[in-house]
Design a protein around this ligand. Sequence first.
Ligand code: ZZB
Length: 259
Amino acid sequence: QEYLAVKIVVNQVGPNASPELTQLVKDSKVYLLAGTLRPETMYGQTCCFVSPKIDYGVFPTKKEGEYVVCTERAYQNMSYQDITPHRGVWDAKLVINGKELIGSEISSPISVVEKMHVLPMDTIIATKGTGVVTCVPSDSPDDYITVQDIRKKPEYYNVDPSWLPVDDVLVLRSAKYGDHTAKFLIEDLKIQSPKDKEKLALAKELAYKEGFYNGTVIIGPYNGMSVVEAKPKIRDDLVNAGEAFNYSEPEKPVVSRSG
Ligand code: ZZB
């Protein structure tokens, strides 16, 4: 699986950050690394998700004074792909729980919304991607329903309502689902909560397929172009600007049955 890791700048830490993390963000450049398969939707980011159930590492990059936040597992993978300073070395400068990051003020490449915040997503899987998910509520049903749920009960999630994104930014058009694919599918499949796992998996698959094969970009420099055409261009632009990099995730290790 070939992911794009998007570098989201942490401008200011939130209220739960430890003194160590606060100091590090003051003294250095710290990026959240969001793993995505959909670079063409990056204009529509409205926040970034981490899981309060996952521990993350703050790891060094090849640039002095620059750090990235992701799961140890993800960084370990990267350490064999000539992305990190030392091959096969994955020592974290700092280990932090996702909770520490919530409420941080961030900004992400090509996002129309310039000032965003980190919010909690309980359904992030620790063993996939970087453990950091950039939120695109226009085209990701999981993101759409998660933001809605936080909006409904911010106290439960321990989220300051001022961190919530305002309007969704619409980035793709398709014949089947219009300009707001995620909203369409959430309503059509009557998905009520981020815990509706099976329906959300179906919504994700439908959104992926329609977006990729029949989607058109309706924003930014590739406005009017098909997703098939624009996707690699947007990916390359981000990589060339140093705002993202490609990395691959190995298939799950297979347990040998041969004995
Ligand atoms: C932005 C985005 C915009 C995404 C969209 C999807 C969609 P897959 O196919 O299952 O590998 N993601 C990444 N890592 C995780 C994780 N650890 N746990 C839960 N979700 C994760 O899914 C990869 C996509 O799932 C990634 O691409 C990321 O969200 C999220 F419009 O990034 B995506 C229809 C989906 N649309």
